[in-house]
Design a protein around this ligand. Sequence first.
Ligand code: FAD
Length: 303
Amino acid sequence: MDWKTALPELVTQPKTKLRLGESLAKHTHFGIGGEASAFLEISSVDELIELAEFQQKWNIPVAIIGRGSNLLVSDNGFDGICVKLINDLAKLVIQGNQVLVGAGLSLPHLSKTMSRNGLSGLEFALGIPGAVGGALIMNAGAWGSSFGDLVSDVTVMYDTGEITKLARHEAGFEYRRSGLDKYFCIIEASLTLESGDVDTITEKMQKLFKQKTDTQPFVEENAGCMFKNPAGDSAGRLIDSCGLKGHRIGGAEVSTIHGNFILNVDNSTAQDVLDLVAYIQKEVREKTGIYLHTEVKKLGFDE
Ligand SMILES: Cc1cc2nc3c(=O)[nH]c(=O)nc-3n(C[C@H](O)[C@H](O)[C@H](O)COP(=O)(O)OP(=O)(O)OC[C@H]3O[C@@H](n4cnc5c(N)ncnc54)[C@H](O)[C@@H]3O)c2cc1C
């Protein structure tokens, strides 16, 4: 028996879904990427433990993803199990200003729910189309606020299935990164928000969302900012100053609205995006001496 034949062992809860040969383009904001050998929607911690045991037994790659809004998937897809967290793993429990959030919960949904409950801190997150797990891994943020600032603790799973709770200082939050990507799965986090006035919070959230969508592409297929801002400067400004807005390779194009966004304008392949990234890095380095590091995570590539 091989691991694919054994996969149905993992489907022990009615809401869990298993699909073979699932297109990952459907699960990324870029709309790019080949197939995952298997795609699982998992709804409970018990199933996650079974998945960890399955991975150990068969020694196959497993990738937990959120909303795929910071992800470039290879044109060859991912030869392993790609996992999305749902139901119990996307829970939301509010107790006063303490909020327990499952890693699978949508960030815009969380932002809106917090504003309706008069809880401040997540107003910046309405325009970030990820899930909580991805926001923790990336320490997602905008307008000077970052998700990690709100975290009291994070519950993670090792690939042995063992679960542990990390205090915020153990999560390694830095600018658009964290130390959490070394764990098998981020399960949930406790957040501490500030009580405030519903109307004031809602107004701020809507203002930030409008500011974002006025200055950045939002509905087009993309993966958010392609590059991290170098210290004291902005990647978008550097790309713009090198005259790269609108530059196109294959179906991938540098946004004309904001230089730090690469858009899938015409059935782009992952290779088109990588070629455009390499071209931008070369041009910006030659013209400004600055090397731009990518912010977007890759899945299914060799390195
Ligand atoms: C239009 C647009 C606007 C954006 N604006 C912003 C912005 O203003 N600020 C900002 O910071 N980002 C922004 N982003 C990028 C992106 O939305 C964030 O980085 C977001 O937090 C990623 O969440 P996700 O759930 O989509 O993660 P994914 O892209 O699905 O995954 C990101 C990484 O985390 C891993 N991962 C995800 N969940 C788990 C888990 N539970 N356990 C273990 N590993 C996990 C994945 O394997 C992958 O390596 C934007 C993206 C788009 C498309």
